[in-house]
Design a protein around this ligand. Structure first.
Ligand code: SF4
Length: 373
């Protein structure tokens, strides 16, 4: 008889992110890349991705303030990216959506047009490193002026950069957005990564002046003046601590696999395991603050493979004001755009849906989102 084990997942951030890998690899080969191997071992499957999201949201165990679309290269296929964003907008209640990209020169016009016109894109994380690894030419930095959404400029530091290197980079890119430096985990040892007193931290302190650090065990994020950030934990998005795992991202791979870390080799949701998701007391979504919510992975997988497609319509924002609603949706009335309106009889929210938090419209629009890359 199959045995079931229990695992506690503690949400490390106040804004747990659903991180979604696009089904298109990039043309680069950065030495610190955490996802390159992933694209050779996990075949894109858009149907499996949509089913996994449906199963995940139907359990009502997760609520994501943020969605992050990563790769691969999201702008390698801008039409596909738009479809993915539109699908997520229907399926997942979230507040912010960010895109990680190198902004390839070959698609810069389409990329800028989509970023500027799609109201669900909150901001863009653009990779621009001091040592360049790009084989696929990236857009000139002047193109960044055309983007009307907030930008983070990500720059990986391997510890060999001089003060001038860092200052030049900051001067070049700070006019476009917040400069975020990241430690190269391939060139720094664990001691350096976990200690504030590593040489790069000391350089940044000298240049910008240290302000404060977050307590996150995964990110090890240091804040400096002039809005400069230094992350000392790029390799993983979760960490095992004593008898629980601290998670910062729920990761959806391009083949529909749900992971607890963006390195597929490290940690995935396991069959035969019941999880308890523990949310911090200061979680962004009030309804989930301090809550311990059970999540049965096998039930979610089973649900996603057996549930029928539903045509549930959403109010753009559930106000929680339907007096007849009996579903006690945890996101009702939180102001979350596309928070599902479930079970009530207002006539606006539900059309043929089965009720239940997260019941989302999974329509046929994603069929051309399958593979194809
Ligand atoms: S551009 Fe991004 S996805 Fe591509 S190899 Fe570099 S780090 Fe990896």
């Amino acid at each position: 008889m199959a045995t079931t084990s229990n695992t506690t997942l503690k949400v490390g951030r106040t804004n747990l992110a659903l991180t979604v890998f696009v089904p298109v690899d990039c043309k680069n080969n950065c030495p610190f890349c955490t996802s390159k191997k992933n694209y050779t071992t996990h075949k894109p499957d858009g149907k499996a991705m949509t089913a996994a999201i449906q199963g995940l949201m139907d359990t009502a165990a997760f609520a994501f303030p943020d969605v992050v679309i990563t790769g691969g290269e999201p702008f390698a296929n801008t039409g596909l990216l738009k479809d993915l964003i539109d699908f997520l907008n229907e399926a997942v209640p979230f507040k912010n959506l960010y895109i990680n990209t190198t902004l390839p020169q070959s698609s810069i016009k389409d990329a800028v047009a989509l970023i500027n016109s799609h109201d669900r894109i909150t901001g863009v994380n653009v990779s621009r490193h001091i040592k360049t690894f790009y084989y696929d030419p990236v857009a000139e930095k002047e193109a960044l002026f055309s983007i009307n959404k907030p930008l983070h400029i990500n720059c990986v530091l391997d510890g060999t950069e001089t003060k001038d290197d860092i200052l030049d980079h900051y001067t070049n890119y700070s006019p476009f957005g917040q400069v975020v430096f990241r430690a190269d985990y391939t060139t720094m040892n664990q001691g350096e990564l976990h200690s504030m007193l590593n040489p790069t931290f000391l350089l940044l302190d000298e240049l910008f002046g240290y302000d404060y650090s977050t307590q996150c065990h995964v990110c090890h994020t240091d804040h400096f003046h002039k809005h400069v950030i230094y992350h000392r934990g790029v390799e993983h998005s979760s960490i095992q601590l004593r008898d629980y795992k601290e998670v910062n991202d729920v990761v959806l791979l391009q083949d529909g696999s749900l992971m607890l870390d963006w390195d597929p080799a490290t940690s995935k949701f396991a069959s035969g395991t019941d999880y308890t998701i523990e949310y911090p007391a200061n979680y962004e979504i009030e309804a989930f603050r301090g809550k311990k919510i059970p999540f049965k992975f096998d039930a979610a997988v089973n649900q996603k493979t057996t549930s029928k497609k539903r045509k549930t319509k959403h109010q753009s924002t559930c106000t929680g004001a339907c007096s007849s609603c009996t579903q006690n949706c945890p996101l009702a009335g939180t102001g979350y755009r596309n928070a599902p309106v479930v079970g009530g009889s207002c006539g606006v929210g539900v059309s043929g849906g089965s009720g239940g938090c997260g019941a989302s419209s999974i329509d046929d629009g994603m069929d051309h989102f399958m593979g194809g890359c």
